[in-house]
Design a protein around this ligand. Sequence first.
Ligand code: SAM
Length: 230
Amino acid sequence: MDFEKLRHRMVDEQISRRDIRDPLVLAAMRKVERDKFVPAEFRNLSYGDGPLPIGCNQTISQPYMVAMMTEALQLKGGEVVLEIGTGSGYAAAVLAEIVRKVVTIERLEELADRARALLAELNYDNVTVIMGDGTKGCPSRAPFDGIVVTAGGPEVPQSLRDQLKISGRLVIPVGACETIQTLLRVTRVNEEEFTEEKLCGVRFVPLVGEEGWPRGRHESWSDPRFPTMW
Ligand code: SAM
């Protein structure tokens, strides 16, 4: 398959034909080879318009969703960004094409190890993959210009608010139920004040952790062969 051709078609038809306009985001989506982040058995579907299974009951998000969340961070280049939910490492690679430094946290060791190895193999030397509970953020590397959470939690974790720079943006799916959320952009106005914008409705896999959903009941949320969540 001509993956390069399919990737450009993906950007033309699924990303820029919708509402994504940021040239930095469009260029990054044209460059990062999503097929490298997709398990071999689904590789022919790499440039389709949906999420795909990556093992451990988790998904690589829909390309449009990655583009939309990246654009929502309002990046200019040169920033330091924290991602929660490394998964395959694909969204981290997209961010790494735009910003100076990406720190990404994954709670599942198998996924963290796989993404770390793949990102190193692809020469993304501005990405650090950490295994742990991302709801607590990464205090040792804070503050961040942007934080993006690619799993849905019950509320905005206070630790993540605390680790935003003044005028930094946090993009996160939040919902009272584990599988349906509203995508929020939280902007830090000053030490104490934050503004909140509702961007759209989304369906992400659960954010499991101390400031997310409790562990256990969310471990198996759907048939991993047919992911319906981002
Ligand atoms: N950004 C990923 C990509 O590009 O492939 C997709 C991420 S997937 C939709 C969500 C990920 O969040 C899963 O890998 C899941 O294990 C992870 N996750 C859930 N709760 C987490 C937490 N508290 N800390 C870190 N990762 C978490």
